[in-house]
Each structure stands twice: as structure tokens, then as C-alpha cells.
Design a protein around this ligand. Structure first.
Ligand code: SIN
Length: 325
């Protein structure tokens, strides 16, 4: 039986053009989905592909204006009995945020695979065709079910919750934390490490078209509270701290955030370190702070936005959500 996959394109370097095979500069989001599917048509992929253009932009500009139609289109495809899975093409810069958002909010065991490329489509060594062929291989595999939204970059498969961009250049730019890659893939082979970790028929959290604004405060040595207070503004309901080490911050910043938390704003401590595991500290109870555990600041922000949108504000309940996988 033919496997039918829906490809939802959002832009990025995978659809980028430099105009010169060795140029450093290029424009992300130039090739449309029709042309892209023509290009991959010659690869002999095992699936029948149909595509929709959701956006064609640099992923730095992606936010609710793209997430909302992307989520709608993904749900439509997953609800179609003829569609076996979805591939989302995306810029690599914020790919992890979109993938995690989908992972938390999609109610389906069908595979959803997010894929990008580090080099534009006309560059020597364009990685977008191989990454895409790998994504098709994953989306066609029965064992992809029950693993949530997946990310394919290079010859590796990552869980959306774990994946993070760790390098600005080069085709091996992604890693997973705390789990490394959960499968190795080539266009013709796929090897999973470990069993799927649960049924995904229910979404973890409800979708919301109007996510609340949640700033990330980036902590640095010698920081005072003035810039932090400006950043927090009047109507903020939550804030994520990209702290030093295990989510630490200078004392003036801590005092400012204690005050903010006392006024009912959710404060989540994450780490600016690449592999930043942040556990609860004894003072978190008194301060009403939440520990981000293994989530980096940008993913902690996505989770906090969804939790606040669902009406959750109690620090203990927020902490339980951050503790869950
Ligand atoms: C982007 O994120 O849209 C540009 C960079 C990339 O895709 O690698």
C-alpha cells in the first residue's frame, strides 16, 4: 500500500537560495513547495507526497502567525484517513521551538517529522535533500508511532523535547539533551534506540491561538535589576530566566523576580548552559519559582505559554508540568 505523506513548508535554509554554490550569504525561504516537491521527486522516495505552503520565511520570524495555520494544517492532515504522516520543512534557527510546540499539542500517533537544512538549495553540499529523504524514511516507519513529534537533521532522529541547535554552521548542528539521538537514519535504513514511550492519541496540552507573551531574561555577570524590570513590563503573566549555571542569577535580579512572583507572575528558572539541567532548590518554594529541569529557556518559554494559556498559574502545578515528560 502506498504511504501518503503531507508536506507543510514554512521556509528556512532548506528552501534557501544563494545564487552561487560557494557563497556564504543566501536568502532563506525562496523555493516554493511545488518546486521543492519537483526537486525531491527524482529521489525515488517510497511515499506519495502532497504539499502545502504555510509560509516561506526565515524561521527567526516564525511565531503565532505561522504556528496557528501550521497547527490547523497538521491537524487536518492527521485527521485525514488517507494521510499516514506529516513532514514540516522549517528553518533551523527556531525549529526546536516549533517542534516542541507541536509535540505538546498534537493528539495523534501518526508521525510528525520536522526537518531543515544548514546549507541553501544551490550550495555545494546542500544537506536539504538527504535530510528530507531521511525524514520520509522516518515518517514511513511504523515504529515512529508513539514517539511524539520528531526532528530529523543529518542522519539522526531526535525527540522534539530533547533537540537543540548547538552550532551556527555545519551540517551536524543539532544535538539532543538529556537524550541524544533516538534513531539513526539514512534514506534506506532506520535503527531506533529503545521502544516508543507512550500513546499520543491525547494531546499533552490544549492548543491556543493567542499565546500570552513570556519574555526570556538572559542573565550575565554583574547584572543589575534595571534592565530586567524594563523587560518585564506591565502585563506579563510569566517569565523564563536563562540563568547562569543551574538557573542562578545575581542577587538584585533574584530580588526583582521574587517581587514579580509575589504579584502572581510565573517565574521559571532555566539555564543558559548548553546542557543545563536545573533542579528545584530549597528556596524555590519560598520564592514561588519553578525549575525548568532539562528544558532550555526557549522550550521552557513554549511550555509556560501553553500552561498559562490553559489557565494554570499555581507554581506547584506548573512545576509538575515541567517535571513530566
Ligand atoms: C532559518 O532558520 O530560517 C535560517 C537558518 C536555517 O534554516 O538554517
Amino acid at each position: 500500500m502506498t504511504t501518503r505523506l503531507t508536506v507543510l513548508a514554512t521556509g528556512g535554509t532548506i528552501a534557501g537560495i544563494a545564487g552561487n554554490a560557494i557563497a556564504q550569504d543566501y536568502r532563506a525561504g525562496e523555493i516554493g513547495i511545488e518546486e521543492y516537491l519537483e526537486r525531491v521527486g527524482g529521489l525515488g522516495l517510497e511515499a506519495e507526497l502532497s504539499g502545502h505552503q504555510i509560509a516561506n520565511i526565515d524561521s527567526a520570524d516564525i511565531g503565532p502567525q505561522v504556528w496557528n495555520p501550521l497547527h490547523r494544517a497538521t491537524m487536518e492532515a492527521l485527521n485525514d484517513p488517507d494521510c499516514s504522516g506529516v513532514i514540516v520543512t522549517h528553518g533551523t534557527d527556531t525549529l526546536e521551538e516549533t517542534a516542541f510546540l507541536l509535540d505538546l499539542t498534537l493528539p495523534s500517533n501518526k508521525p510528525v517529522v520536522v526537518v531543515g537544512a544548514m546549507r541553501p538549495a544551490d550550495a555545494v553540499g546542500y544537506d536539504g535533500l538527504r535530510n528530507f529523504a531521511n525524514a520520509v524514511r522516518v515518517a514511513c516507519d511504523a515504529n515512529a508511532a508513539g514517539r511524539g513529534t520528531l526532528v530529523v537533521m543529518g542522519d539522526r532522529v531526535f525527540a522534539a523535547r530533547d533537540v537543540r541547535k548547538v552550532r551556527t554552521r555545519g551540517s551536524e548542528a543539532f544535538r539532543g539533551f538529556p537524550r541524544e539521538s533516538i534513531a539513526l537514519v539514512t534514506p534506506g535504513t532506520l535503527e531506533w534506540f529503545g521502544a516508543p514511550w507512550g500513546d499520543r492519541k491525547e494531546a499533552r496540552l490544549a492548543w491556543c491561538d493567542a499565546l500570552p507573551e513570556v519574555p526570556v531574561v538572559y542573565v550575565h555577570a554583574g547584572q543589575n535589576a534595571d534592565a530586567v524590570k524594563c523587560q518585564l513590563g506591565e502585563n506579563i503573566r510569566g517569565v523564563v530566566v536563562a540563568g547562569v549555571g543551574e538557573g542562578n542569577m545575581p542577587e538584585p535580579v533574584r530580588q526583582a523576580l521574587i517581587q514579580v512572583a509575589a504579584s502572581g507572575v510565573a517565574v521559571v528558572r532555566a539555564s543558559r548552559a548548553d546542557e543545563g539541567l536545573v533542579d528545584r532548590e530549597p528556596e524555590d518554594d519560598a520564592n514561588s519559582f519553578v525549575a525548568a529541569r532539562a528544558l532550555n529557556p526557549q522550550k521552557a518559554r513554549i511550555l509556560l505559554q501553553l500552561l498559562l494559556a490553559s489557565g494554570e498559574t499555581d507554581p506547584a502545578a506548573l512545576q509538575r508540568a515541567f517535571d513530566g515528560r
